[in-house]
Design a protein around this ligand. Structure first.
Ligand SMILES: [Mg+2]
Length: 173
């Protein structure tokens, strides 16, 4: 069951205590895109997001958009937010996680993934041993390819709840 449990659970990317992550030695933040940074039908970054990312850069974080979506979807965000990106990341597969650790010369304990899906973002991150941060999806609308994962996620959350391991809406750091 451990692989499904995020290290941190917050309402959104705006309620995460980034200073605390910094203190813990996190140097690089991998951000999921769809329903973490923006709803999947929105084609670019809003002002609030631009502001957050510039603040995080000032804090010294390496920021990477780490998305299972295709390049064309990720590109406007990459350009507007001026960050690196990895599209077609195929989370929860671990290949691209390991590639990034290697390319950026990072250790597992220096990286965190932030995303809205247990089955992709959290399971992938936990497999690699980086810090995993779950946030609530921005929108209830999911792209059709996410639907099977959401179905599985619901079952997993129910199981975790029965074992007193995780509750939707009970946030922790
Ligand atoms: Mg997502």
């Amino acid at each position: 069951m451990e692989k499904y449990i995020p290290d941190v659970y917050q309402k959104s990317i705006y309620t995460i205590d980034y200073a605390k992550l910094k203190e813990k030695g996190i140097k690089c933040l991998l951000f999921d895109l769809d329903n973490t940074l923006a709803p999947y039908h929105i084609k670019g970054a809003d002002e609030k997001l631009v502001e957050l990312f510039s603040k995080l850069k000032e804090m010294g974080f390496q920021l990477i958009i780490f998305s299972n979506s295709f390049k064309k979807r990720v590109k406007p965000f990459k350009e507007e937010l001026e960050v690196d990106c990895c599209a077609n990341a195929r989370k929860p597969q671990t290949n691209h996680f390991y590639r990034i650790l290697k390319e950026y010369h990072l250790a597992e304990n220096e990286v965190a993934i932030i995303g809205d899906q247990i089955m992709t973002d959290i399971v992938g991150g936990n497999r690699v041993g980086i810090t995993t941060i779950l946030v609530n999806p921005i929108s209830v609308r999911d792209p059709f390819w996410t639907k099977p994962n959401r179905w599985l996620e619901k079952r997993v959350i129910k199981k975790l709840k029965n074992h007193d391991l995780f509750f939707k809406g009970r946030y922790y750091e």
